[in-house]
Design a protein. Structure first.
Ligand code: KG4
Ligand code: ZN
Length: 340
């Protein structure tokens, strides 16, 4: 039995969690600071770091109390060291290092993206080989995993990430940042009335592009304004969402066809999207050998429990770091080459 404490502070959530054997969440304290950033329409890095500083010890206390554990019950300290905002990452990393040093526990470096994917284990164990559709505010990737802790990017976005396109379209629709959830809810009340073009639909491979779609939505809205027409917001949301989902599902189908896998994981903040979850549930019917494992909705956004889940694989692989571990703001896959 392995119990890890995990720290996550890569963007605008300060979180500390205690996770057993990579799959059982004993506690998951999350402090969100979204209210402080909303009026700026995005995360302000300097403001984010200050919030993390204020919350890191509080979330640590809550995580230990909720899990009803003492440092003596723990086997290691997992921490996100990238990708993310450098000032934000530093706070969680310092917290984790201090805790590890004070209690003589090993420090386990975790890639935030691997964390998002590992959160699928809170639904059911990922079986390998597996494919992950990783969709967040900063990333859109199809990742092939031959085995635990092995990651190969098959495709990624050329420009905007899926979540980023939701947030940009949300700004145009005068919705609060981040707008993914609000657009998703609106979309369910609307009809697909506009057929937005799909970028790169006829190109081979598994890559994505969302900036053209965003421009098409902007044009649609501006043209309507010039004609003095009003576009139904719910229909606009439904049409935009349908185009995003189609692009994601098409590439995922392609990857599943070319790389037969046992599990399809859906992870990242956009994995909370109800339309996307439904569309992939339908898609998986075409692949009877593959099980669809979406991350449970409560763990799709940034949280430390997912870092505890990914940290467990590293603990088993003996991927540890010294107290000189630095942040890695641009980290992507493959993982941990420096550490191994
Ligand atoms: O993974 P995450 O919490 O942070 C990053 O690591 O980026 O993802 C945040 C992104 C935001 O762009 C947000 O608008 C989007 O996830 N999001 C959604 C939904 N809920 C959150 N996008 C579409 N539908 C949703 N229901
Ligand atoms: Zn994230």
């Amino acid at each position: 039995m392995t119990t890890l404490i995990a720290f996550e502070s890569s963007a605008d959530e300060t979180s500390v969690a205690v996770v057993k054997d990579g799959k059982k969440v004993l506690s998951n304290a999350v402090a969100t600071q979204i209210n402080s950033h909303q009026r700026f329409g995005g995360i302000v890095p300097e403001v984010a770091s200050r919030h993390h500083l204020e919350w890191i010890t509080k979330t640590l206390d809550i995580a230990l109390a909720d899990a009803n554990v003492t440092p003596g019950d723990l086997d290691g300290v997992a921490v996100t060291y990238g990708p993310g905002l450098v000032g934000s990452l530093l706070v969680g990393l310092m917290g984790a290092k201090t805790f590890a040093m004070a209690h003589d526990l090993p420090l386990i470096p975790v890639n935030h993206l691997a964390g998002h994917i590992a959160a699928a284990n809170f639904n059911r164990p990922i079986e390998y080989p597996a494919l992950a559709l990783m969709v967040s505010g900063g990333h859109t990737e199809l990742v092939l995993m031959e085995k635990e802790n092995s990651f190969q990017i098959l495709g990624e976005t050329y420009d905007d990430a899926a979540g980023e396109s939701y947030d940009k379209v949300g700004r145009l629709m005068k919705l609060n940042y981040p707008a993914g959830k609000a657009i998703d809810e609106l979309a369910q009340k609307g009809q697909v009335t506009i057929n937005f073009p799909q970028a790169m639909a006829h190109e081979a491979g598994y890559d994505f592009s969302f900036s053209g779609l965003k421009s098409a939505v902007i044009n649609q809205v501006h043209n309507a304004e010039q004609r003095g027409e009003e576009i139904d917001q719910a229909d606009l949301a439904a049409s935009f969402q349908a185009a995003v989902i189609k692009a994601l599902v098409d590439r995922t189908r392609r990857a599943l066809t070319d790389f037969p896998v046992k599990s399809l994981v859906l992870a990242g903040g956009v994995a909370a999207n109800s339309g996307l979850r439904l569309a992939l549930t339908d898609l998986i019917e075409e692949f009877p050998e593959t099980t669809f494992i979406p991350v449970p909705k409560q763990y799709t956004g940034d949280n430390a429990a997912m870092i505890g889940a990914a940290g467990y694989f590293n603990y088993k692989d003996k991927v540890f770091a010294g107290l000189d571990l630095n942040t890695h703001p641009g980290l992507d896959f493959p993982l941990y080459e420096e550490e191994k």
